[in-house]
Design a protein around this ligand. Sequence first.
Ligand code: FES
Length: 91
Amino acid sequence: MCKDAIVFSNKPEGVTLEAGVEHYICACGRSKDGVFCDGNHEGTACLPKKVIVEKTKQYHICLCKTSKNFPFCDGTHSMYSDEDIGKGVAL
Ligand code: FES
């Protein structure tokens, strides 16, 4: 988890990831779609998380940016309300 991250959403997003491909998942909460790194982490201490999956299928990607199993959802988002979106993550 990155101390500079902000909560993109308090719900995960179902995203199809292709097997064997490097995906760079946004860890800062500042990318446009909240899922894939687009360089908006610049100036923060955050770096995207590289992930390569073994199976092509839909994965629930963490958008609260505080899952212990990042970049995959572990239910931690339930600690955030709608008012927390766009604010710093709770560490
Ligand atoms: S834009 Fe969020 S980690 Fe790169």
